[in-house]
Design a protein around this ligand. Structure first.
Ligand code: TNX
Length: 539
């Protein structure tokens, strides 16, 4: 569909032709379609929207300008220009030296003072000739820019060149996140995923305002991060993966590249080294670490709970100190995740002793400790964080200790659970999680008696026992992860399945353009790119 063909009558064609002759007066007369901002398909749904039934004229004369003291606003503007170019083919200039009066403008304006609810809050005001994005920080600018991206109509590639005007629904938006921690986890240990795969996942998550990517870097089947003081971890421990394939690992340079890419997308990387259980690959590489006393060999199966470090040896803590130090030095984010789950081969007293000691090591290297909910059984500090996945009792214990909790209930948020019995990939030990089940629950009340201010946020983990490439990753993550983005950003009173399912259906054209092999759940009435563009251009 193309705007010239689809708009009946000749007013539009005439004015477009005048525009091509670059007459400014003619540009101002272009009648823009009346689009309803409330009918746009924003995910996550913003805090407040007021529609004014008009549209901004995004065209080749549009420029992006920035005002603010903080570094990075120019980069955010360039990011927007690049994404607009990828979507529309329009090449917008950032802070151009020359502008004609009446040319459309997208202004990113930093206003540090003001009554901002938090540092990711933004306000958008969209009129025929301007979009003004006001923000307290560049981080907030990046979030607001995702909203602008989503408001630009998604039209299939083959008709791209024929469009010259891209109307953006007018009105105002006030928006801020409900939770500060909005994450997904990727298990690169059971199957290894490349730097490129991780970057693509970051691209997609950032579009939905997710701001944390937790990397599960080590497990029984593989050690995936170079540790310079202990090279066999990757030489030996990184050589296998589930199913007998070759494995792989990130060099520290690879990891830095991921961290930098994430930072460019205002996303924090949380590194996880899972211990004292889930440590077979480490113990095979350095047998003094082992606390089972059993013969050690590389493992390519999917059982859990059979390995443990020897928690009573000082050399084990000297090793852990090196690992935490090296990874922390190349991790700008505040967190270090120590795993701590399913340590069935570790005696309870040893487990508690271990977590207590490792917490001190993590703190010594300047990080806040995160662990799966079992860590709440140790004498952990209130500054450490428990990631609730299975035991409500552990979550409640964590709350009693003054800790914050990340919500990752397996029955609701595990991206590796099958959608239904017919799913091509995934497990179902916790539940089958169809797209609606994934969305219809409330992080605020899932575990009774957790005060909201002790909920850091929501994270959807993607374990990789059953997936070994990016298409399979995308099949399990999409579309469900889009729902988790909304559950962690949007206010409870604004969330509604019937409404969400329509907005989700309209994510298909974006996912198709991004080559995302999403699962086309039959519970969603998917909207194709062509159909959507026809609707917009009808107005
Ligand atoms: C449980 S969740 C695990 C992982 C598995 C996952 C598979 C958690 C903390 N541990 O080791 O990969 O189930 O769904």
């Amino acid at each position: 569909m193309n705007i010239l063909k689809s708009v009946s009558g000749s007013v539009f064609i005439l004015t477009l032709l005048l525009m091509v002759t670059s007459c400014n007066e003619a540009k101002e007369e272009i009648p823009m379609p009346a689009l309803d901002l409330n009918a746009e398909n924003l995910v996550p749904i913003p805090t407040r929207m007021i529609a004014t039934q008009g549209s901004f004229r995004l065209d080749q004369f549009t420029s992006i300008i920035t005002s603010g003291e903080e570094d990075g606003l120019g980069e955010v503007a360039s990011f927007l220009a690049e994404k607009i170019s990828g979507k529309t083919g329009l090449r917008l200039e950032v802070n151009p030296l020359n502008m004609q009066e009446g040319d459309p403008v997208i202004l990113l304006s930093q206003k540090k003072e003001g009554n901002w609810p938090n540092n990711e809050a933004y306000s958008l005001s969209i009129r025929q000739d301007s979009i003004i994005l006001e923000i307290p920080t560049t981080e907030a600018a990046f979030r607001g820019v995702q909203t602008i991206r989503q408001l630009i109509p998604e039209i299939s590639n083959d008709t791209l060149a024929e469009h010259s005007i891209w109307p953006v629904a007018s009105g105002t938006i006030e928006d801020h996140p409900n939770f500060g921690y909005r994450g997904s986890m990727l298990d690169v240990a059971r199957h290894f995923f490349s730097v490129e795969d991780v970057k693509k996942y970051i691209d997609l998550l950032a579009y939905y305002k997710i701001n944390v990517l937790h990397l599960h870097l080590t497990d029984d089947q593989g050690w995936r991060i170079e540790i310079k003081a202990w090279p066999k971890l990757t030489e030996v421990g990184g050589s296998t993966e589930v199913g007998g394939e070759a494995g792989g690992f990130f060099t520290q340079d690879d990891y830095k590249e991921i961290v930098a890419y994430a930072a460019d997308h205002y996303m924090t990387i949380v590194p996880e080294v899972d211990m004292p259980g889930h440590t077979n690959a480490a113990s095979v590489s350095y047998p003094f670490l082992d606390g089972t006393g059993k013969p050690l060999k590389l493992y390519e199966g999917t059982r859990v709970g059979f390995s443990t470090f020897d928690t009573r040896k000082d050399t084990v803590y000297a090793f852990i100190d090196d690992v935490v130090r090296e990874i922390s030095a190349i991790t700008p984010g505040p967190y270090f995740h120590i795993g701590g789950d399913e340590s069935h081969a570790t005696k309870k007293a040893d487990y508690i002793y271990f977590v207590n000691r490792v917490e001190k090591i993590v703190q010594k290297h300047g990080k806040q400790m995160i662990g799966w909910d079992e860590i709440a059984q140790a004498d952990v500090d209130s500054t450490s964080i428990a990631q609730f996945w299975s035991s409500e009792k552990n979550a409640t214990t964590a709350i009693e200790k003054g800790m914050k909790v990340i919500l990752s209930p397996a029955k609701k948020t595990y991206l590796d659970m099958q959608y239904d019995t017919l799913s091509k990939h995934g497990l179902h030990w916790a539940a089958y999680i169809p797209v609606d089940t994934a969305y219809v629950w409330s992080p605020e009340s899932y575990v009774p008696d957790i005060p909201k201010d002790q909920i850091l946020g929501v994270e959807a983990p993607l374990w990789s026992e059953t997936i070994s490439n990016i298409e399979e990753l995308e099949y399990l993550a999409f579309p469900r992860v889009i729902g988790y983005a909304e559950l962690s950003w949007s206010l409870e009173e604004n969330r509604d399945w019937e409404d969400f399912k329509v907005r989700l259906a309209n994510q298909a054209p974006f996912m198709e353009r991004m080559n995302v092999a999403f699962y086309p759940s039959p519970r969603i009435d998917w909207v194709q790119a062509e159909k959507k563009s026809r609707e917009i251009l009808k107005d």
